[in-house]
Design a protein around this ligand. Structure first.
Ligand code: 18C
Length: 258
């Protein structure tokens, strides 16, 4: 799709009525469109440095500080055989699976299930000693848009889950013991079907999921840059490996979900 692609229109077309009617919708549409656009852009000319490479998994970051706080944007790409983009986003989005794969979690609460495709969360994350514990409040939206680069009958869509911080009067920042972090995250998946499967029934072996994960996390309160960067370097690969291994385990036994 060209730079002119109206992502907002495509995201709106996929959304449930309950999401479209919600006060958050204009923001959700704007942020999701922006996240899909930048996730699809590849590395472009930005100053992305490769900092982790492990098989198909590659992680890049840009060093950025705001008010003395490290907020390095992360962009990761990966490829996993045997799962679809829809499965990738399904297990990332729905709360019932989160404790199975999210290793940084202390507690997760659904504050409001706005719709089948939009959920509000409050999460408390594990503490990294001696820093203060962190929490986050964010909406999460699951969407799919036509994938012009990979048109096939079985995988006409590019799937994405976007998480983005939101202020909730019921959960004011720094109200409890935790320091509030601010995040904007997209997990995007495209299903690629092997040309060898043309004309016959597609098996799990014939599919590969191309994954893009982009994250910007503002730690909210001061922490030494070197410690933060060390945490990023350890936690992001850990997440992507653990999550894809989990997906592989849960989906192998099940029929494909396109
Ligand atoms: O995208 C991911 N998960 C989603 C669903 O949970 C969601 C949440 C993202 C929040 C990530 C931020 C978590 C910070 C908590 C501190 C780390 C705890 C480590 C525990 C070690 C036992 O979108 C997958 C997220 C993958 C993990 C990303 C880690 C990013 C680190 C950010 C650090 C922020 C400040 C920590 C302060 C510590 C200072 C030394």
């Amino acid at each position: 799709q060209t730079a002119q692609t109206n992502w907002g229109e495509l995201i709106r077309a996929a959304a449930t009525n309950a999401s479209l009617k919600h006060a958050y919708w204009p923001e959700i549409e704007r942020v999701v469109a922006e996240q899909i656009r930048s996730a699809r852009m590849g590395l472009g000319k930005g100053a992305w440095q490769l900092f982790v490479e492990d098989g198909e998994m590659k992680m890049y970051r840009r060093e950025v500080e705001e008010d003395g706080l490290v907020v390095d944007p992360l962009k990761a790409t990966h490829q996993v055989k045997g799962i679809t983009g829809r499965e990738l986003c399904h297990y990332f989005f729905y709360p019932e699976y989160r404790y199975d794969w999210e290793g940084t979690l202390e507690t997760m609460n659904v504050i409001d299930k706005i719709a089948e495709d939009t959920i509000l969360f409050h999460q408390i994350h594990k503490r990294i000693w001696p820093a203060a514990q962190r929490d986050a409040t964010f909406w999460s939206h699951l969407t799919h848009v036509p994938d012009e680069e990979n048109k096939s009958e079985d995988s006409p869509h590019l799937w994405a889950t976007v998480n983005s911080s939101v202020e909730l009067p019921s959960h004011p920042p720094n109200g409890g013991k935790q320091v509030r972090i601010y995040l904007t995250i997209i997990l995007m998946g495209q299903t690629i079907i092997s040309p060898a499967a043309k004309g016959r029934e597609i098996k799990r072996d014939d599919i590969t999921c191309k994954i893009t994960y982009c994250a910007v996390v503002n730690p909210g309160g001061w922490a030494p840059s070197s410690v933060l960067r060390a945490v990023y370097k350890r936690e992001y690969p850990k997440f992507l490996k653990r999550f894809t291994a989990y997906l592989f385990a849960v989906s192998a036994a099940r029929p494909r979900v396109f």
